[in-house]
Design a protein around this ligand. Sequence first.
Ligand SMILES: [Zn+2]
Length: 272
Amino acid sequence: MQYIDTHAHFDLCVDEGAGTETDLIAGLETSGITRAVHVSIDVGGFYRAHEFAVRHRDRGIVFTLGIHPSSPAGKKELDAIERYTEKVMNSEEASLLFGIGETGLDYYRMRRPKDEQQNSFEHQIHLALKHHLPVIVHSRDASDDSLAILKRYAPVRGIMHCFSEGADYAKKFLDLGMYLSFAGNVSYKAAITLQESASHVPADRLLLETDAPFLTPVPLRGKKNKPEYVIHTYRFVAALRGISENELCDQILTNFHALMHDSNQSRFRRQP
Ligand SMILES: [Zn+2]
C-alpha cells in the first residue's frame, strides 16, 4: 500500500520536537508513505520549504508556497510570494511546487484583520490560477466568506485542507470544484458531523492529511503529530466508508495524481 500525506509542516514538526528531519524522512519510508506535501505558512519559510523539497525529491516530497491567514500579508509579503513563485516556476524545480497555500480565512484566531486576510486570500487564488496550480485553503469559522470568495473564481482546483464542516458545507465546496482533505481530528470521538462528511464525500474528491505537528489521530492523540501517523487516519476513514485500506490508498493516490496531472497538463498547454 502507498500512503500520501497531502498536508504537513515538516519544519514545525522539527521545531516542536516531533523528530529530526532525518527521523521524519526515515519514518515515511518505514510506514509506506510515498508522497508528502510540505506546506509553507509565511514568506520566511519559502526558502526552507523549497530546499527541503529539493533535498528529498527522491522520497516523494513536494512543497507549497503560501501565506497563512494568521501570517502578515501586506504588500511586501504579497510581492514576495509572487516573485518566489515566478522564480520556481521558471526553474528546473517547477515540478516540485505542488500548489499555492495554505491561504484562506481564520476568524477563530483572528490574528490578522479580516480585510487583510481576504485580500491575501484573493491574491493567492489569482496567483494559483495564473500558474495553473491547486490552491490549498485553510478556513476556520469562516465558511460563508471562504465560499463567497472561491465562488468568484469557480471552478477552482484546490483543496479544503483539514476540512471540519458537516455535509451541507461539504456539498457547497465540492460544487465549486474543491477536493476535501481530512486530518486526524476526523477520528475524534465527538467529531460526529465531520465523520458524516468523510463518509459521504465522493471517492474521487477525497484526500487525507496529518497537518502535522497538529491534530494527532486516535490512537496516538496527545503525542506530537508527524507525517507517518497519517496511516491511522487512513485506517479510520476506510472503516468509516466500509472499504478496505488498500482500496482507499489506491483512490487517494489516483486523486492526488489527478490534481498534479491537471496542473502539469495546463502548464504544458501554456507552452508555445
Ligand atoms: Zn496546515
